[in-house]
Every structure is written in structure tokens, then in C-alpha cells.
Design a binder for this molecule. Structure first.
Ligand code: NDP
Ligand code: OXD
Length: 309
């Protein structure tokens, strides 16, 4: 089998070496314009020219969990899109979100500021029951985050497209469950895929429904959040603040107000990184399974083009 590697913003050599070692019977090459046709591609934000030149592709293995950028492109007619299915991301996401929730709940920013001024001060302990955490998106990452937060005994609520039952948490689904989910949530975590149905979902109307003193943690995509609505609701006092890892434009432009806002913590799209070894093992395992006779559609992480994730 022939496999092309076509990833923007990614150092190709270690990926090529890893894929070749994991698939010794296959040909793995970095794509160059005009290259001969291949069977599979390992991609991250490939140029449209690559997709147009390879109409025979059977599958595109995305080296990320989110496929929103890919789904906006003109894809080869019969190519399945396969996203990373965890591959070491869920534990990172659970760490990141737990850190952000606990930092806010335990007022560690306040302690840090006090210590900088040489102040030995106590704050009144807050009640966990006053800080229900609502996780939007209960997929591979969202469910791991939600169950980790339960370990810290936060009340946890979840919202997904289809109904779910997860022990220890109240699950809501679809449009019918959205308002009740929001109004019972104080700390909102976004782990939705970016699709036409979820774009701008954290807007003024929806964020206003959060409990007073609400807090927003966006670790999915920047376009889920309406930036100016978040700032207005923090400045009005309805929301206490936000931790944001993803932005409409990345890197976040130097003049963007998020950088300097005292109640907003910014990180550079780093909450769950693609881990090369785990990702190569997963993708090579899937290619080998297909070569051994498994249908591509039965692989974990195959994207449903109708749903867009
Ligand atoms: P999954 O596809 O496994 O899960 C998506 C979840 O969102 C599912 O529970 C799904 O519901 C739910 N969902 C989708 N659309 C809707 C909707 N319209 N209304 C309600 N619920 C909806 O994705 P992952 O957990 O693997 O990843 C989530 C996102 O995280 C990725 O798409 C990516 O954008 C982002 N990400 C960010 C990273 C970072 O470093 N910041 C790293 C990795 C991923 P159902 O279960 O019913 O299908
Ligand atoms: C991803 C990401 O989608 O890194 O994997 O954001």
C-alpha cells in the first residue's frame, strides 16, 4: 500500500520514520505536488491541491481529534475521514480542565496575588455543591473530563446530542435539554466538535443562562465562543471569568483583549497535544487492520459526514 504524509505545521521526518517502522511492508512518503496516487493519507490541514490531486484516496487519517478544518474542504469522493480516537489526549484534557476548575474553585489566583504582596490571608472555604460543572460534549474527551471531575466530588452535568447515561452525573441531550443543562451549570466546559450546529454556541443568550458567577472553560474550538459576548458578561459581573485554550484566530492576535483581561486565562492551544508515538501506533494499527480485511467504516474514529464529527 502507498501512504502519503501531508501535514502543515508538523515536522515530517519523525512521523515518516515512525510510520515506516510501524508499516514495514508499505511505502510511506511525504507528499509533493504532482506525486503519484496513493491509497491512504495521514493529514493535518492539507492543502486543497493535495486532495484534488488524489481523488482515489480511500481514507484520510487526521492527526488530531477535531476534523472541522478538513470537513470544510473539497474531499475525495470515496475517502473516509478518520480522526484520532484519544491516542493519549483524554488524560491531558482531564488534567487541563481539572486544573482550571480547581484553580478557579479554590481561588488560587487570589492566593497568588496575596502572596506576591506578602499577605498571609485565608479565604472562606467554598462549597463544591455551589459549583456544578457542566460539560458540553460527552465524547472521547468530554466523558473522560466529566468522570475525572466527579473524582473531585464536584456535581457534574453533561450535555450531548444523543441521550447518555453516565454513573454519578446528570445527563442532558439535544435542544430539548440545553436550557435546563445551562441553568444548572456554574462552570461550563466546552468539548464539542465544531460544526454548523455548535458554532457560536457560547453566545450572550446561552452564557446568560449559566448560574450567576459562572465560569467558562473552552478547550474545543475558538469559533464555539462569541468573544465579545464573553467579555461583556464578565465585565457586567454575571460571569466570574474564563480559561481559554482555543481561539478564532491562532495564534491569538497581539491586540486581542483576551490577552490583558484580568479575569481571562489564555493558553496557546495546548490542553491536549497530539502525541506522536501514540498517534502513529493508532493510525498504523488501523491501516494494518484494513489490510487484514476490516472495513474502513468499522474503524474507531470514522467521521460521519452528515454529522460533521
Ligand atoms: P467526540 O466526537 O468523541 O465527541 C463529541 C461530543 O459532542 C459527543 O458527545 C457528541 O454527542 C457531542 N455533540 C456533537 N454535536 C453536538 C450538538 N449539536 N449538540 C450536543 N452535543 C453534540 O469528540 P472528542 O471528545 O474526541 O473531541 C471533542 C473536540 O475537542 C474535538 O472536535 C476538537 O475540536 C477538540 N479538541 C481540542 C484539543 C485542544 O488541544 N484544545 C485537542 C483535541 C480535541 P453524541 O455523543 O451524541 O454524538
Ligand atoms: C485536535 C487539536 O483537534 O489538537 O486534536 O485541537
Amino acid at each position: 500500500m502507498k501512504i502519503s504524509f501531508c501535514c502543515t505545521d508538523t515536522k515530517a521526518e519523525p512521523w515518516l520514520a515512525g510510520l515506516r517502522a510501524a508499516l514495514p511492508g508499505d511505502e510511506v512518503e511525504q507528499w509533493e505536488p504532482g506525486a503519484p496516487p496513493v491509497d491512504y493519507a495521514v493529514v493535518w490541514m492539507p492543502p486543497q491541491q493535495f486532495l484534488d490531486e488524489q481523488p482515489q484516496l480511500k481514507a484520510l487519517f487526521n492527526i488530531g481529534a477535531g476534523v472541522d478544518a478538513l470537513m470544510k474542504m473539497r474531499l475525495p469522493l470515496h475517502a473516509a475521514v478518520v480522526r484520532l480516537d484519544d491516542a493519549g489526549m483524554s488524560v491531558q484534557m482531564a488534567e487541563y480542565v481539572s486544573h482550571a476548575v480547581i484553580r478557579h474553585f479554590r481561588e488560587f489566583d487570589g492566593y497568588e496575588a496575596d502572596v506576591k504582596q506578602g499577605k498571609w490571608s485565608y479565604r472562606k472555604p467554598r462549597l463544591r455543591t455551589d459549583f456544578p460543572v457542566g460539560v458540553m460534549g460527552l465524547g472521547v474527551l468530554g466523558e473522560r473530563v466529566a468522570t475525572t471531575l466527579r473524582q473531585f466530588e464536584f456535581p457534574v452535568l453533561g450535555w450531548s446530542r444523543s441521550p447518555k447515561e453516565i454513573p454519578g452525573m446528570q445527563c442532558f441531550s439535544g435542544d430539548a435539554g440545553f436550557e435546563d443543562f445551562l441553568s444548572a451549570t456554574r462552570i461550563l466546559v466546552c468539548l464539542l466538535p465544531l460544526t454548523p450546529g455548535t458554532q457560536d454556541i457560547m453566545n450572550r443568550k446561552n452564557l446568560s443562562r449559566l448560574m450567576p458567577g459562572g465560569y467558562v472553560i473552552n478547550v474545543a474550538r475558538g469559533a464555539h465562543l462569541v468573544d465579545e459576548d464573553l467579555i461583556a458578561l464578565i465585565d457586567s459581573g454575571h460571569l466570574a471569568g474564563a480559561t481559554l485554550d482555543v481561539f478564532r484566530t491562532e495564534p491569538l492576535p497581539p491586540a486581542h483583549p483576551f490577552w490583558q483581561h484580568p479575569r481571562i486565562t489564555v493558553t496557546p492551544h495546548t490542553s491536549a497535544r497530539t502525541l506522536r508515538e501514540e498517534s502513529i501506533a493508532q493510525i498504523a494499527g488501523k491501516i494494518a487492520a484494513v489490510q487484514a480485511g476490516l472495513t474502513i467504516s468499522s474503524l474507531a474514529g470514522v467521521v460521519d459526514p452528515k454529522k460533521g464529527y
